[in-house]
Design a protein around this ligand. Structure first.
Ligand code: KIV
Length: 256
């Protein structure tokens, strides 16, 4: 069980792999903390699985702050990573200002998407003493620009770009990095070459840890689930059952 980010390098060496989940609200934070997850991520997947947006590109700093505060109220032990949403880190100054706001709201680390192209932002955040988590591979904030969610690292050139991103983030002081939707062998190569902990999602089993979007794990967002995400419960069906039972119960009673 992890209690702060300085324990990451020891875990990378000695294991076991990190079990990371996303979280957006108080009751789920209490349950995930009690269950013993290693890290919580208040991800901008918030946009889809909580706010009903088509993708993460509509998520704002105000949305993130609201949900980071709720999650922080529910946590007694597990460290929280918060996502910097799209447009919130276009310059190093803006990145640092918004990272500080997320920390004040209750996060212990911040994450943003990109590699070589965001190193000045990463250096500003790390230089201020804020633990930083990178995110490379398939970048959900790029979905509109790229016209869809595409697996990365399929060509030697693509794999080399991913490795260059990972090495740059490692060198800039990232303590961990999400590797999203990339060829498993590329994720394995990166994991072996960096000091930071790699946290995979759709990137094979060789990473230093795995992250899942919690509604995918619980089966509470049944309308879309990525193929690599195994649902271990069916909260959607159970919700429908309980609500239909309640409706039937209320409607079967005769008004006085
Ligand atoms: O926003 C998010 O939930 C994420 C995970 C998919 C890693 O960034």
């Amino acid at each position: 069980m992890l209690s702060n980010f300085s324990q990451l390098s020891e875990r990378k060496q000695a294991g076991p792999p990190l079990a990371v989940l996303t979280c957006y609200d108080y009751p789920t934070a209490r349950l995930l903390d009690e269950a013993g997850v290693d890290l919580l991520l208040v991800g901008d997947s918030l946009g889809m699985v909580v706010l009903g947006l088509p993708d993460t590109t509509g998520v704002t700093m105000e949305d993130m702050l609201h949900h980071v505060k709720a999650v922080a109220r529910g946590v007694s032990r597990v460290p929280i990573i918060a996502d910097l949403p799209i447009h919130s880190y276009t310059t190093p100054e803006l990145a640092l200002r918004n990272a500080s706001r997320l920390i004040e709201a209750g996060a212990q680390a911040v994450k943003l998407e990109g590699g070589v192209s965001v190193i000045p932002q990463v250096r500003a955040i790390v230089g201020a003493g804020i633990p930083f988590v990178g995110h490379i591979g398939m970048l959900p904030q790029n979905v509109v620009v790229e016209g869809g969610y595409k697996k990365k690292g399929k060509t030697p050139e693509g794999a080399a770009l991913l490795l260059a991103d990972a090495l740059a983030l490692d060198e800039a002081g990232a303590c961990a990095c999400v590797l999203e939707s990339m060829v498993a062998e590329v994720a394995e190569t990166i994991t072996k070459q960096v000091k930071m902990s790699t946290i995979g999602i759709g990137a094979g089993r060789a990473c230093d840890g795995q992250v899942l979007v919690t509604p995918d794990l619980l089966g509470s967002f049944p309308w879309f689930r990525p193929p690599f995400a195994k649902a271990r419960s069916d909260i959607a069906s159970e919700t429908l059952r309980a609500v239909r039972e309640y409706i039937a119960d209320v409607q079967s009673s005769t008004p006085a």
